[in-house]
Design a protein around this ligand. Structure first.
Ligand code: ADE
Ligand code: ZN
Length: 338
């Protein structure tokens, strides 16, 4: 195990990414290229100007840039290219397994058919095998839209059921509690989907929302969710059930001015299975390796602590026990050789 953490160590460390929005991997270069190809006016004509438009300091101000940007995604090939670009970058960052979010409603509401995006994303998951990544999809409901729309999305997804591993909940959490989605989550459970949901950082009702997510919706993971540190009963619950928390340091730094590294380390010390992820890497300044590097530098983490994050990521992923064993051994072999 190295004393000083290097980028080579971070990128070589096998890891799973469990909190990644495919639509959040839209780099300015690809956005501009697709805008020109599809004849979409995005309001900017240079990469520099697109980059400057990636300017926000809260979840709401981020989402106001994020959703309109998706307009450039029009054809199945566009979705494929977006996903493939991410997967190649993830591989360079040591990702071996990824469970990727996508937002059907952000595309359906602008007239793109379910088959267009799911087939593009699924084709990328198949081709990921050739670069040695195991890639899966998680379908998110937008929590600022009605629950009935989420039910309709589940209905539309039926022909593609075997392409989708689980369901999630994202977008603006303010006034949109988990309980609003009790019905779609109960339908998803009956259909055998895995379940996760966002518990964004420092929300007005963070603790109440997390209680609903854990006790009523019975999610298997919390995306972000580090506010549980404020409530020992919740920490005990998460520990007892061995639930995963998917933290995203760089994105936390944008929407709250704090990476929340102190909370992440405190939770890890209490045995919570926290992992490090990139959320929306094109919008929040970096991919998963950059997130490992940022939190390690700012909070003086040891190589042993980064290894725990990497192990947590596989342990809380939705792969078989056999696959988990295989990846954990890959980590041990890497550490031994390094
Ligand atoms: N959609 C994309 N990124 C998100 C985030 N960090 N929180 C909520 N919704 C999102
Ligand atoms: Zn997210």
């Amino acid at each position: 195990m190295p004393k000083k953490i290097t980028r080579e160590f971070i990128d070589g460390l096998p890891k799973a990414e469990l909190h990644l929005h495919l639509e959040g991997t839209l780099e300015p270069e690809l956005k501009l290229k697709l805008a020109q190809k599809n004849g979409i006016d995005i309001g900017q004509t240079t990469i520099e100007d697109v980059r400057k438009s990636y300017d926000y300091d809260s979840l709401a101000s981020f989402l106001a840039v994020y959703y309109p940007g998706m307009n450039v995604l029009q054809t199945e090939d566009d979705f494929y290219e977006l996903a493939m670009e991410y997967l190649k970058r993830a591989r360079q960052n040591g990702v071996r397994h990824v469970e990727m979010f996508f937002d059907p409603q952000a595309h359906l509401t602008r007239g793109i058919s379910f088959s267009t995006f799911i087939n593009g994303y699924h084709r990328a998951c198949i081709d990921a095998k050739s670069i040695n990544i195991d890639a899966q999809l998680i379908m998110c409901f937008l929590r600022d839209m009605p629950a009935q729309f989420a039910n309709e999305v589940l209905e539309m997804a039926k022909p593609y059921r075997d392409m989708i591993l689980g369901v999630g909940l994202d977008s603006d959490e303010h006034h949109n509690p988990p309980l609003k989605f009790a019905q779609p989550y109960s339908i998803a459970t009956a259909q055998g989907y895995h379940k996760t949901m966002h518990a964004d950082i420092d929300q007005v009702d963070s603790i109440e929302h997390i209680k609903q997510a854990l006790e009523i919706i019975e999610v298997e993971r919390l995306d972000h969710g580090t506010n549980i540190v404020e409530n020992q009963d919740l920490v005990d619950w998460v520990n007892q059930k061995q639930l995963g928390l998917t933290s995203c340091p760089l994105s936390n730094g944008f929407v709250t001015n704090d990476m929340k590294g102190k909370e992440v380390v405190e939770l890890m010390k209490q045995g919570v299975k926290v992992s490090i992820n990139s959320d929306d890497p094109a919008y929040f300044g970096g991919y998963i390796g950059d997130n490992y590097e940022a939190i390690a530098e700012k909070y003086n983490l040891t190589a042993e602590q980064l290894v725990i994050f990497a192990k947590n990521s596989f342990e809380t992923s939705w792969i078989s026990d056999f696959q988990k064993e295989t990846y954990l051994k890959e980590i041990d072999d890497f550490v031994e050789k390094f």
